[in-house]
Design a protein around this ligand. Structure first.
Ligand code: A2P
Length: 319
């Protein structure tokens, strides 16, 4: 049994299956295999453009009696082009239809960057909605209504900095349950972790293995490969584990949730088994020294020329 963290509405398994970059044709099998081997938490998003296929897998798993809906934790995310309060429920309904579900366990605002309704990714300044014209608080209030209507159990955010979390804490009725952000030994974000622990907000670690499978256009030629880090490799060897397992165990020991992506059954199993690996205090101290403020998903795609956003404003710190 995977450890869970208690949210206001339900228990969230600390380890889930990531599905960003899981291709149509692959993700159906991945989800079916994952649930059969013991995963109980699947992390989805409408922008991943694979929710229909995940829905097919889920509906078959329920029909085959492999698992009951109430024993699974399903997260999805509101895309940036549906931040207008009138669009939020419509976007959720599309996700629910694709996933073939009656409710989500957790629904997140994917990025704090509203864009125009008919745009998927912005190319010109005109594709953005000016933050002054559509506040994140008004989007959050529409998210709160989804909880009131029992369409989602918990709501949260993704890629929010501390200042934006504070705004929602100050102006919302429901506290964000989760902030899903990039977290791994090269980007440890200790100030964010402290803030969220104080505020009672859980962090979910995305790209926990260093996101080596993301699109080439998002990669820097000289980027460090987290899975090949020497310190992580040495710790893995001492435990008879793999580097990926050390990275997952590290995230869990920091009390965060973690959603490694894989479509390969052997690696999915390996990742699941990392939940029973315990790192020593010395291991944790050694890994703490690896922080190098390295973002693999750096958000530059939101800062095209003329965008109202800058990286500094997005992350709330110099980049
Ligand atoms: P694959 O899906 O072929 O297994 P992240 O979760 O940081 O985005 O990392 C996902 C990437 O890491 C994918 O390319 C995935 O490939 C790969 N991956 C997942 N699990 C492991 C593992 N245990 N060992 C090595 N690579 C892994």
């Amino acid at each position: 049994m995977i450890k869970t963290h208690e949210l206001s509405q339900g228990k969230m398994p600390v380890l889930g299956l990531g599905t960003w970059n899981s291709q149509p044709g692959e993700v159906y099998n991945a989800v079916k295999e994952a649930v059969k081997m013991g995963y109980r938490h699947i992390d989805c998003a409408s922008i991943y453009q694979n929710e229909e296929e995940i829905g097919k897998a889920l509906s078959e798993l329920f029909a085959e009696g492999v698992v009951k809906r109430e024993d699974l934790w399903i997260t999805s995310k509101l895309w940036n082009n549906a931040h207008a309060p009138d669009d939020v429920q419509l976007a959720l309904e599309k996700t629910l239809k694709d996933l073939r579900l009656g409710y989500l366990d957790l629904y997140l605002i994917h990025w704090p960057v509203p864009i125009k309704k008919d745009i998927v990714m912005p190319n010109t300044p005109a594709d953005f909605v000016k933050p002054d014209d559509l506040s994140l608080t008004s989007t959050w209030q529409a998210m709160e209504q989804l909880v009131d209507k029992n369409l989602v159990r918990n709501i949260g955010v993704s890629n929010f900095n501390v200042e934006r979390l504070q705004t929602l804490l100050d102006h919302g009725n429901i506290k964000p349950a989760v902030n899903q952000i990039e977290l791994h030994p090269y980007l440890q974000q200790p100030a964010m972790l402290d803030f969220c622990q104080q505020a009672g907000i859980y962090l979910t670690a995305y790209s926990p293995l260093g996101s080596k499978g993301r699109p080439d256009g998002m990669k820097a030629a000289d980027e460090p490969v987290l899975l090949e880090d020497g310190t992580i490799g040495a710790i893995a060897q001492q435990h008879g584990a793999t580097p990926a397992q050390v990275l997952i165990a590290w995230a869990i020991q920091r009390e965060t949730m973690v959603i490694p992506k894989s479509v390969n059954p052997a690696r999915m199993k390996q990742n699941l088994e990392a939940a029973s690996l315990t790192l020593t205090q010395k291991d944790m101290q050694e890994i703490a020294t690896l922080d190098r403020h390295r973002r693999y998903v750096d958000g530059t795609f939101w800062t095209t020329q003329g965008s109202p956003h800058t990286l500094e404003n997005l992350w709330g710190e110099p980049v």
